[in-house]
Unconditional design. Structure first.
Length: 97
């Protein structure tokens, strides 16, 4: 068997797999709500490229990584004491009254 050549745009089955909807108008709504740029043909069927899907997937993975990294960094900084603040308190001159 020969290698299947992927077209520029998602097929009807691929749109169904991605969105979970058979109806073109619901597919368009789902795609727009998930941040995809959507153009439709004259029948209202969404035309989305494979490149756009891959770019969106890649961007989502990078965004999730950055969020997790920031959360990890934030959680570490909250659990570690602020030594500069402690030094300031220790070295603060006391006034006996």
């Amino acid at each position: 068997m020969g290698k299947k050549i992927m077209g520029l745009f998602l097929t009807d089955d691929e749109l169904l797999d991605l969105t979970g909807y058979k109806t073109a108008s619901k597919q368009v709504t789902w795609l727009e709500n998930h941040g995809y740029y959507v153009e439709t043909n004259v029948r209202g069927i969404p035309k989305v490229t494979h490149t756009q899907i891959e770019d969106k997937r890649r961007t989502t993975i990078q965004t999730n990584y950055l969020i997790q990294t920031k959360q990890l960094k934030d959680s570490r900084s909250k659990s570690e004491p602020d030594f500069n603040c402690l030094r300031t308190k220790i070295n603060k001159p006391r006034i006996n009254g």
